[in-house]
Design a protein around this ligand. Structure first.
Ligand code: DC
Length: 228
């Protein structure tokens, strides 16, 4: 079902931020579908930069050479699919290696500037639900609604483990937990546009909520805010 909300032709943006595996993308996709807005997965864009580095045998830590790639990188998000230089990489970018790689390359100032500029352009012309780490604080500081989604790290590791099982991806729960703790640390402690709740964001703790409960809670917040 899709809902049309009267917004007097204003372009609406909804920012959903939070740590890894808090359920942002599942929620953002559902909300976007329901409202008929465009879903923008900003994490996928940083994952593409990491993948491009790997394709060119460049170490994720090699800032200088990662930055050199930016001139020849074309990232396109199209209807839930992700394209890097015109090749579909939607599933390729989901490995643990590229999760960690994305967290590393996203620390580089030039990488962020380029991704942020693409993200801002996408939000200028269409209604968007954008998920990431810095959307409410840095990319779209004037977003109409800002949600900060959190969940305790053990719940997040558990969910990621089950998700991997469903996708037939072999994984180890303890490794997932350690990776999440490491990524949280990197994402929160980087100098430029770190993971942080915007002052005007509404925090939703999904530790004890199902996907459907999270969806209903967040949808109510959004409908209240944008129909005003
Ligand atoms: O949301 P994700 O797990 O696909 O994101 C992968 C990494 O990309 C994450 O660890 C940090 C980085 N990222 C970011 O720095 N800023 C964003 N807006 C989105 C993701």
């Amino acid at each position: 079902m899709t809902e049309k909300i009267e917004t007097n032709n204003r372009i609406i943006s909804i920012a959903i931020d939070g740590p890894s595996a808090a359920g942002k993308s599942t929620l953002a996709k559902k909300i976007a579908k329901y409202l008929n807005y465009t879903y923008i997965d900003t994490g996928a864009m940083y994952r593409c930069v990491a993948l491009n580095a790997k394709q060119n045998n460049i170490d994720f830590q090699d800032q200088e050479n990662v930055i050199k790639l930016l001139d020849n990188i074309d990232i396109r998000l199209d209807n839930g699919k992700v394209f890097l230089n015109n090749v579909e990489v939607t599933n390729t970018i989901r490995t643990n290696e590229l999760s960690m790689g994305a967290s590393l390359v996203s620390q580089y100032h030039d990488v962020r500037l380029k991704m942020v500029s693409l993200q801002q352009k996408m939000a200028q012309t269409q209604n968007v639900v954008m998920d990431g780490r810095d959307i409410g604080t840095y990319v779209l500081p004037k977003a109409d609604v800002k949600i900060f989604l959190i969940a305790n790290v053990h719940q997040r590791a558990d969910r990621r483990y089950k998700e991997n099982l469903e996708r037939n991806i072999e994984s180890d729960k303890e490794n997932i937990l350690q990776d999440l703790i490491k990524r949280d640390y990197q994402d929160v402690h980087r100098d430029f546009a770190p993971l942080k709740k915007a002052d005007d964001a509404i925090e939703v703790d999904t530790s004890n909520l199902s996907i459907e409960e999270t969806f209903k809670t967040v949808l109510n917040i959004i409908l209240n805010k944008i129909s005003k």
